[in-house]
Design a protein around this ligand. Sequence first.
Ligand code: PLP
Length: 402
Amino acid sequence: MPQSKIIPAKRTENVRYAIRDIVALANQVAATGKEMYYLNIGDPNVYDWSTPPHIIDAIDKAMRENYNGYAPSSGTKPAIESIKRDAARKGIDKNILDVFVTHGASEAIELCLTALLNEGDNFLMPTPGYPLYTAVESKLMLQSNPYYLNEEDGWQPDIEDIKSKVNSRTKAIVVINPNNPTGCLCRKEILAQIIEIALEHNLLIISDEIYDKLLFDDNKLVSMAALNSEVSCITFSGLSKSYIAPGFRIGWGIATGRCEIMDDYLEAVNKLLRARLSANHPIMRAIPAALDGDQSHIARMNSILMKRRDIVINAIKDFDGISMVTPQGAFYAFLSIDVKDDALFCRELVKETGVLVVPGSGFGQKPGTHHFRIVILPPEEVIEKAFAHIKSFYKEYKNKFE
Ligand code: PLP
């Protein structure tokens, strides 16, 4: 008998990842031979950036020394010790309950949400925000519970909106700091207010600090767990962004708070960690080399990123219809655009000009507002040419479609 169709699980129905979803269209355009300008992907190694050699050397050595078996499920001792030293440098030095190394921050985030939420529960999700969270939300069959970032206030979390959205099934609040897609940093008093809400409603704070070292203009990151070591919090970071190695797939979570409150939950996280054996063992050996080794590439990276950001600021200065809040860190900019449908705009833009950006709707945005996200990773001339195209295409698009 022929097999009948293999039906995918319902939990995959709403999984979306806008950053990669638009790539299929871009590939079709590229196949026609058109010159392309990729401003879509948060992967520095796709552009003119590469992993510092001393970090690669550590992996080469680890492989030759045969650290090629499984690692302990939470990670090796040298990796965990160096993550703790790095955390202490950002003020996270009290009430550390657990540290675990994972396949990128992505795996840590997914495990921590999986260990916490039952079907029908919800977590408060910054909007706009990174779409991994909403994909996990769908996969775990959760209710979505977006809270808005306030564009008029430099994309700070809207505290009143957060307060109004906590309900009996809310288990956690996510803060992405510096934020993807806006590049903005949360102010200390806003973080303190979020901590108050978390304490009042017994929420776990998920503090995604994967861009923690990519900071511009003397801005300083305030870590949630440094501000309050008693509140239940997991802080995420990794090697992908500040150490220019997203393909290593190495990240981590640091749990802080009170042991008697967090112990059962952390045991659940550890059960999931054990079930997937371990993160990549030889690559994990690069963590001490990265975190405790030469950091000079970070200052260089930040100064180049600032230059590239400033090209965008200049390109849209005095241009009617496109504006942005100046990014303070990470490597993104989230531009407001006066169109009725940003997804349509981005599709038409790539078809006509080869410029690939990600529609704001893929990150969530306030109804009635429209945006697109770019990365400020490409070389200066690519950003300049891309913006020349964006500006001339915008005028054509308005005439043709609106
Ligand atoms: N969190 C945020 C906010 C991100 O932007 C990204 C990647 O773009 C990740 C997590 C995933 O990081 P990793 O490569 O460590 O899985």
